[in-house]
Write a protein that binds this ligand. Structure first.
Ligand SMILES: CCCCCCCCCCCCC/C=C/[C@@H](O)[C@H](COP(=O)(O)O)NC(=O)CCCCC
Ligand SMILES: Nc1ncnc2c1ncn2[C@@H]1O[C@H](COP(=O)(O)OP(=O)(O)O)[C@@H](O)[C@H]1O
Ligand SMILES: [Ca+2]
Length: 546
């Protein structure tokens, strides 16, 4: 860096070592100045600078620790270098540890001159105030019953101290019933008072916040959510997620870890990650929004069963997953879908959505350029069923993943190459197959094998889809148990006695909530919301060069 880039530069003390500290517009750097007998000047610079990006500084504060106070009140006792420099300031900043985990680290610089110390604090804070994307006022909702019921504790012990340090003001509401947060956002909350909303809970709680916010914005702008083709108004408030639920896949898939401190730091630095939202309708009536999984069959049945065992906490999904696997139900129906454009890739193209993803960025700019005429044309084509594909069949699972849906149970997710903000969802059809085959498919969610590489699985990247339950009389699929490649495990007859595949219906798991209708129409709303996140970082992003 050039000399003229320096905003302030001083020789200070850090841990009793003399360091040169420089604040550049984008970076804070410090390096040790060693005593050296080899040089006439008596000092030499050590090889390595330590650096912190200014945009990842949480706060710069005057340090009031005991040693400094003592040094000021008993100047005669001074014998340590740090005590000769009794004024100090502390820089709190983001430090990456491992696996996308962030922590808040502190570095304290000491100096002899009070004025220099105060100048540093003032100048550094002026630089921080130029970062206009940082939130100052947040509305926080805590679900005290999510996950292992630790929401309040997690917030008080791990998150609130980070917000306090960063000087963020918060209004905190601990919910008293289901849909408390949704209803408060819909009708009561004064959204103009806040720069963002924070959700402490799981995917179900996130879904509440999403519905409250999106519905409020549409109502304020006179948009009718019941119109499947309505142009929805994007939310200007960002949403932060503090993971305190059971699956927490929205948090995991957008920052790579389920750690409350990491989430708090993404909020403090003002990250912004656009995200697609699926709108779900039934016969022209709005049902729900979804950002992660819309799952019929296996995941719908797991969720329905798990609700009965909520007291088990996150383990309820393991029990229900096992029971549902043994039941081995399949459901008839017709899936129709409108494939996405080729430029957004394919669910098996191995292009992972990462921080600053080019595919999502390209989608954003082409969305801006889209003129009204081409939009009209597109709509007409969609309405006339031109370009739609139709599949009848018997399915063990129909999953729509608008993002990877990675979570600790499945670190690469249901659709590892799905994108957060490309305006599409990956539609995964798992046809009727043997129990052993389905087990192999599930197992591949936990290892590096391709879970789509099975004869009974197909996956499509789509912009819209529809589902109609019912026995597929028109074009029944051959019975998979007769398929030569699918040796079945012995049937578990007691579990299947009452099961009639002509009439049976499952339900939809919509981000952890059960939908009350099975016939649905789904449309992806490109980048409707933004999170306080940045997508999963590539490992080299962690290094900073000066
Ligand atoms: C042989 C071992 C097979 C293990 C296969 C595991 C596959 C797991 C894929 C999980 C995808 C999760 C998608 C996210 C769903 C959440 O929205 C939903 C609600 O979350 P929360 O509100 O935090 O509770 N979670 C689920 O539906 C749980 C699915 C668990 C399935 C075993
Ligand atoms: N105070 C409350 N009492 C009961 N249920 C609540 C409360 N606040 C939120 N909920 C509901 O709890 C459900 C599960 O919440 P979530 O935080 O996702 O936990 P989990 O991940 O364990 O399912 C959501 O459907 C949400 O609407
Ligand atoms: Ca998507």
């Amino acid at each position: 860096m050039e000399n003229q880039d320096k905003i302030i530069c001083s020789e200070l003390f850090q841990k009793q070592r003399k360091v040169e500290v420089v604040l550049y517009p984008a970076v804070l750097a410090w390096k040790e100045i060693e005593k050296s007998s080899k040089r006439s000047s008596g000092t030499s610079e050590s090889e390595h600078s330590q650096t912190v990006k200014v945009c990842e500084i949480v706060a710069v504060h005057k340090t009031e620790d005991e040693a400094d106070a003592q040094a000021r009140s008993h100047p005669k006792k001074i014998n340590q270098p740090s005590q000769q420099y009794p004024y100090a300031f502390t820089v709190s900043y983001v430090r990456r540890t491992r696996q996308h985990l962030w922590c808040c680290a502190d570095v304290t610089f000491h100096c002899a001159d009070q004025q220099i110390c105060e100048q540093w604090i003032q100048v550094a804070n002026e630089q921080l105030s130029l970062l206009t994307n940082r939130p100052k006022n947040l509305l926080v909702y805590i679900n005290p019953y999510g996950g292992k019921r630790r929401g309040e504790r997690i917030y008080e012990q791990k998150v609130a101290p980070v917000f306090r340090r960063a000087g963020i003001f918060t209004d905190v509401i601990v919910t008293e019933r289901a849909n408390h947060a949704r209803d408060h956002l819909k009708t009561e909350a004064n959204l103009d008072d806040y720069d963002g909303v924070v959700c402490v809970g799981g995917d179900g709680m996130f879904s509440e916040i999403l519905h409250g916010l999106v519905t409020r914005i549409q109502t304020d702008h006179g948009v009718d959510q019941n119109q499947p083709d309505a142009e929805l108004v994007p939310c200007s408030l960002r949403i932060g997620i503090i993971p305190a639920g059971s699956t927490d896949c929205i948090c995991f898939a957008t920052q790579g870890t389920n750690d409350p401190v990491t989430s708090a730091l993404h909020i403090v630095v003002g990250d912004s990650q656009p995200m697609d939202v699926c709108s779900v309708h039934h016969n022209g009536v709005f049902l729900k929004y979804s950002v992660s999984l819309l799952g019929y069959g296996f995941y719908g049945d797991v969720l329905t069963d798990s609700e009965r065992n909520r007291w088990l906490g996150p383990a309820r999904y393991d029990l229900s997953g096992f029971k549902t696997f043994l039941s081995h139900n399949y459901y008839g129906g017709t899936v129709s879908f409108l494939p996405a454009d080729d430029n957004v890739g394919h669910p098996r193209d191995k292009l992972q959505c990462r921080s600053g993803c080019r595919i999502c960025q390209h989608k954003h700019s082409s969305k801006d350029e889209h003129d009204e005429a081409s939009e009209e044309k597109e709509k007409a084509a969609e309405d006339s069923d031109r370009g739609w594909s139709v599949i009848h069949g018997k399915f063990i699972a129909i999953n729509s993943a608008s993002m990877s849906c990675a979570c600790p149970r499945s670190p690469k997710g249901l659709s590892p190459f799905a994108h957060l903000a490309d305006g599409t969802t990956d539609l995964i059809l798992v046809r009727k197959c043997s129990r052993l085959d389905f087990f192999r498919h599930l197992l591949r969610h936990t290892n590096n094998d391709d879970q789509f590489d099975h004869w009974f699985v197909e996956v499509h990247r789509v912009r819209k889809f529809r589902f109609q339950p019912g026995h597929p009389d028109l074009a029944p699929l051959e019975d998979a148990s007769e398929h030569p490649e699918s040796p079945d495990l012995s049937p578990i007859s007691s579990l299947q006695e009452t099961y009639d595949d002509r009439t049976a219906e499952s339900s939809w798991n919509c981000d952890g909530e059960i939908l009350h209708h099975t016939a649905i129409q789904v449309s992806v709303q490109c980048q409707l919301i933004r999170l306080f996140a940045r997508g999963i970082e590539e490992q080299q992003d962690a290094e900073v060069a000066v």
